[in-house]
Ligand binder design. Structure first.
Ligand SMILES: Cc1cc2nc3c(=O)[nH]c(=O)nc-3n(C[C@H](O)[C@H](O)[C@H](O)COP(=O)(O)O)c2cc1C
Length: 191
C-alpha cells in the first residue's frame, strides 16, 4: 500500500477523516486529500477549527501529503494511469453517493471513485445519513454489487469504548482492515 486518495464530502463526521489521514501519514502512505466545497465547511463547523491551518501543518510535516483541488481534473489522480492503491470517501454524503453510483465524474472526487472502479482498485465508501431512504439504499446496493466496500460509520460497542477516540479508531481500523493495512486501532474480538 503506497498511495491512497481520501475524499471528504459535506456529510457529518469529518472527524473520522482527520484520524484516518493522520494514521495513513504515520504509516508512510502517500495520502492525496480532496475536499468538496461543503466538505470543508462542515469539517470546520464540526471540529471548530480551520481546515487551512491543519492542511498547512500537514504540508509542512509530511512530504507524502498532497492536497488536491476538487475542480482540477488535470490532477494525476484523475487518470487510471496514475496507480493509487485505494480510494476512501469519508464521510460520504448521499449526494456524492448518488453521483458515484450514476457514473458521474464531474469533479475530481467522483472521478477518482470512477477510476478506482474501472481499474478494479479498492474503493471504500463510508456513507453517513440516518435514516436511509430507498434511493440511498439502492445506490449503496448498486455500488456494493460492483465491488465497492460500503462501510458505514457504525462503531461497535463490544470493545467497550470509553471515549470518542475509541469510537473513531474503531471505524478507521475497519477501513484499514479493508484496504489491507495492519493495525491495532481497535480490540479484536477473541484477542
Ligand atoms: C452540518 C451539516 C451536516 C450534514 N450532514 C449530512 C449527512 O450526514 N449526510 C448527508 O448526506 N448530507 C449531509 N449534509 C448535507 C450535504 O452537505 C449536502 O447534501 C451537500 O450538497 C453535499 O455535497 P457534497 O457531497 O458535494 O459534499 C449536511 C450538511 C450540513 C451543513
Amino acid at each position: 500500500m503506497k498511495k491512497v486518495v481520501v475524499g471528504i464530502t459535506g456529510a457529518s463526521g469529518s472527524i473520522y477523516a482527520k484520524t484516518l489521514i493522520d494514521e495513513l501519514l504515520k504509516h508512510e502512505i502517500h495520502t492525496h486529500v480532496i475536499f468538496t466545497e461543503t466538505g470543508k465547511k462542515v469539517m470546520e463547523y464540526e471540529t471548530e477549527s480551520l481546515v487551512d491551518s491543519w492542511i498547512e501543518s500537514l504540508e509542512k510535516n509530511f512530504r507524502h501529503f498532497t492536497l488536491e483541488d476538487n475542480n482540477n481534473l488535470f490532477s494525476g489522480v484523475a487518470s487510471g494511469s496514475y496507480s493509487f492503491d485505494a480510494a476512501i470517501i469519508l464521510p460520504c454524503s448521499m449526494g456524492t453517493l448518488a453521483e458515484i453510483s450514476q457514473g458521474l465524474a464531474k469533479n475530481l472526487l467522483c472521478r477518482v471513485a470512477d477510476v478506482a472502479m474501472k481499474e478494479n482498485r479498492k474503493l471504500v465508501i463510508v456513507p453517513r445519513e440516518t435514516p436511509l431512504n430507498a434511493i440511498h439504499l439502492e445506490n449503496m446496493l448498486k455500488l456494493s454489487r460492483l465491488g465497492v466496500s460500503i462501510l458505514p460509520a457504525m462503531p461497535g460497542f463490544y470493545h467497550r469504548p470509553t471515549s470518542m477516540e475509541d469510537l473513531i479508531d474503531f471505524v478507521v481500523g475497519k477501513i484499514f482492515d479493508h484496504i489491507g493495512i495492519e493495525n491495532n486501532l481497535f480490540d479484536r474480538w477473541g484477542n
